[in-house]
Ligand binder design. Structure first.
Ligand code: SAH
Length: 459
């Protein structure tokens, strides 16, 4: 096939980015927005020797898994990839994605995976689940400020203040900010010229406490007439924290290095289970609180604590998992690279009256080896997408905890790391995908590894 050719294609598979895959005379086509089971007409946009990328032109026969998207921008927006797939099918896709990586990258056999893989934990609410949103600002053709989401793989802003994954409060806040910008001549930041003031707004919402945080990210040190904006924002019930973060760098990084409080507190609080957490604009906090509770409960179940254990929680963020574990363990040590997150972690331990959790700032792969004479019965890791550093895996192997609980947001690096640990005395016992991000291709996974010959300590 060649560029601009069109073909009728039956979609028989799903790619890792959610795209439909079909074959035409043995030639594979990847078609974004086509759903498995669809028969579509597609136009080739890019042709390689054995495969190509095509655009969905017409749905000839819709799949039984195809559903009407809730959002009018579902196809264009880069935020969601699989909104047109039924939620049940999304879950199956995610479980298969994890399984595929464990098989291909991890080298685990289908028989083992049949035994250890548990059904994916789906969300009761696959929409409106996000407690955090970051909206970029831009300027439309008539010079008016706009906000919305980036179109897939670009920085082109699709104007939309009503994202189906977020809370309804977002829209009201965004409309207030846009009106303020227009009335006061406050310009959106422009990436190409580096000019303009308002770059992004970060909005956080405590699902349990109903507290709202607004953090304005600016290319400058002050926002003219900001008191007028504050006056409007505080009318919103639940408004708790209005802050500003200065970011004058020409970078894709959204937040600045610090923030200052314009009104109210510098943080909001929220609950996961019965634990209370304090969240500041710069700390990492899981975006889907309902599913996070399931995820942490599962991590706790896999850790199988009896009360006397020493547990390490590596990549601990603001100590969320650590505090979950602390209730059932003798001692928990948390390690995290962001200093502000550790400040929050210590505060979180304190406000929950937890005294058996200690926190260290630093890279997990550098901190853990230093404390390696401390025993570890269970080690929990929850690394970013790139997975664990090999130096860390080596230290885990040396420390020989009985169980390792691996919480992962990227099943490819999970598979790689599990392969390493399983070659060094561990075996894979349980794996479960938890859907933290419905409508997207992202999937969180929890895995339990057990040491094959736990060392029996003489008393
Ligand atoms: N367990 C936490 C955070 C998980 S996200 C929670 O559930 O909320 C991963 C965390 O790892 C982030 O907070 C990030 O700042 C931190 N991180 C990234 N690289 C790290 C490293 N090398 N050592 C320690 N922490 C790191």
């Amino acid at each position: 096939m060649q560029k601009n050719d069109t073909a009728v294609v039956k979609i028989t598979d799903i790619g890792t980015n959610g795209e439909g895959i079909g074959k035409v005379d043995g030639y594979t086509l990847f078609i974004k927005d086509a759903v498995i089971g669809d028969t579509v007409e597609a136009k080739v946009m890019k042709a390689k020797k054995n495969y190509g990328y095509a655009r969905l032109m017409k749905i000839i026969e819709p799949s039984k898994y195809r559903v009407k998207p809730l959002c009018a921008y579902a196809r264009k927006c880069g935020g969601c990839q699989i909104q047109e797939m039924s939620y049940e099918r999304q879950l199956e896709f995610k479980a298969q994605k994890v399984r595929g990586n464990l098989e291909r990258i991890g080298g685990f056999t289908p028989e083992l995976l049949d035994r250890v893989m548990e059904p994916p934990a789906g969300a009761a609410n696959p929409f409106g689940y996000r407690n955090k949103a970051q909206f970029p600002f831009g300027t439309d053709k008539s010079g008016n400020p706009v906000t919305g989401f980036y179109a897939g793989r670009t920085h082109y802003i699709i104007a939309n203040t009503d994202c189906a994954l977020g809370v309804s409060e977002n829209q009201r806040i965004l409309e207030i900010i846009l009106r303020f910008m227009k009335q006061n001549g406050v310009k959106s930041y422009d990436e190409t010229s580096g000019r303009g003031l308002l770059r992004h707004v970060l909005i956080r919402y405590g699902f349990t406490t109903k507290e709202i945080m607004v953090c304005l990210v600016v290319n400058g040190t002050r926002i003219p007439h900001v008191e007028k904006l504050v006056e409007e924002l505080v009318k919103i019930p639940g408004m708790t924290s209005i802050t500003m973060s200065v970011n004058t760098k020409r970078t894709n990084v959204i937040m600045g290095d610090s923030y200052e409080t314009l009104w109210g507190r510098g943080y909001i609080t929220d609950y996961i289970g019965n634990l209370k957490y304090q969240i500041s604009p710069l700390s990492f906090y899981q975006v889907n609180p309902a599913q996070t509770e399931k995820l942490y409960s599962l991590a706790l179940e896999y850790a199988d604590l009896k009360g006397g254990e020493t547990v390490w929680d590596l990549y601990c963020g603001i100590g969320t998992i650590s505090l979950f574990l602390a209730k059932k363990a003798a001692q928990v040590y948390g390690v995290e690279i962001v200093p502000q997150a550790i400040v929050d972690a210590r505060t979180n331990a304190e406000i929950n009256g937890i005294t058996n959790a200690e926190f260290y700032v630093g890279k997990a792969e550098e901190v853990l080896p230093k404390y390696y004479e401390y025993s570890a019965d269970v080690i929990v890791v929850d690394p970013p997408r790139k997975g664990c550093d090999e130096a860390l895996l080596q230290t885990i192997v040396k420390m020989q905890p009985e169980r390792v609980v691996y919480v992962s947001c990227d099943s490819a690096t999970l598979a790689r790391d599990l392969k390493y640990l399983c070659a060094e005395g561990y075996e894979l016992v349980r794996v479960r995908a938890v859907d933290m991000f419905p409508q997207t291709v992202h999937v969180e996974t929890v895995a339990l590894l057990s040491h094959k010959s736990p060392i029996v300590l003489s008393t």
